[in-house]
Design a protein around this ligand. Sequence first.
Ligand SMILES: [Ca+2]
Ligand SMILES: [Ca+2]
Ligand SMILES: [Ca+2]
Length: 365
Amino acid sequence: MKRAALFLFLFLALVPSFVLAQNFNWITPNRTYLKLYVAEDGMYRLKKSDFTSAGVTTSFDPRTAKLYYMGAQIPMHFQGEQDGVFNDNDYINFFAKRNYGGLTYSREQNNSVAYTTDEYYNQYSDTSVYWLDWGGSNGLRIQTFNNNSTIPFPQQFVKELVHFETDAIYSLGENFGGGDYRYLTTEKLRGEGWYWTILSSNQSVTKTISLPLLSQAGNVATFRVFAYPQNKSTIVNEHSLHLIVNGTVIDTLYSNDSDRIDTTVNFPASLLTTSQNTLEVKYIPASGFAGSMYFDLFEIGYPKAFRFSENSYRSILPQGDTASKSFKISGFNNLGSLFYLRRCKQHKNSTIYHKCRHSESYCKR
Ligand SMILES: [Ca+2]
Ligand SMILES: [Ca+2]
Ligand SMILES: [Ca+2]
């Protein structure tokens, strides 16, 4: 299985949320499946040789091929399936995601839910498993739509999230010293989990990032941070985090006692540049208090232009709007890497297939 070198995936409602209840009844014992490991989000391609090298016969009707993830069948594209024969040049394209941590409960001592987080990392594995099955009824396929829309996409950018998180130290959860044995609960206690570091007075976490696709059309960027106090005092709002973008403090977040900070704030995208940006989170406790916080992650959201970078473009469009909209992705200019064929308009009673540049509305002869 090869990850497609060039990919474009824009999905509205095509890809369901992967927060699925696991269905354990999909599998048939003693049946042969092709098991696929995926550790990075992207568009993947399976060729006939991938089946034969795995020792799987390709004599099945390709229309009956089915792709499963976490017990549910998901749609895919099977190029060349229409003739019912898995030919040498036929292939499967499908979109797959790595294994994220997903929705996770943090609980009180009595097991009631204290709060929910959507974890970026899974504690056990980054790898997802997809299963390919064949035979029987036809499988789910990605639908092809021919839509002409005169309604422009409302903006010339999409919001892109950049996530920074390192799981380096483990906290057993909120603890206030002698006699506090709440960490003995077998469930994930409030405050428990993998953190990046512990921030004491005036300590920072800093990251640099370049944003070549930053769009000047969008004017709002976002800064999210998650941190959990390690201790507390009788002072009100004894913890504070300063969010700093390229030297400018965009906001100060306060926490009292052991209240977690899981906050997203807006800031002007004009503070960002397409080249190097320095992002910093600095902890400052109240005067006279030797405070500290477990620091988990920060996440930047910025307006990203509809433009290719290194002949690749990926984006997640806002969900919920199913109306057709038109937009143009610019910047694809590497003629040596044309990546799809489009059936051209009929010219003089002959159907011509040409390699197309994506920006052309139809092919030239
Ligand atoms: Ca075929
Ligand atoms: Ca973490
Ligand atoms: Ca306090």
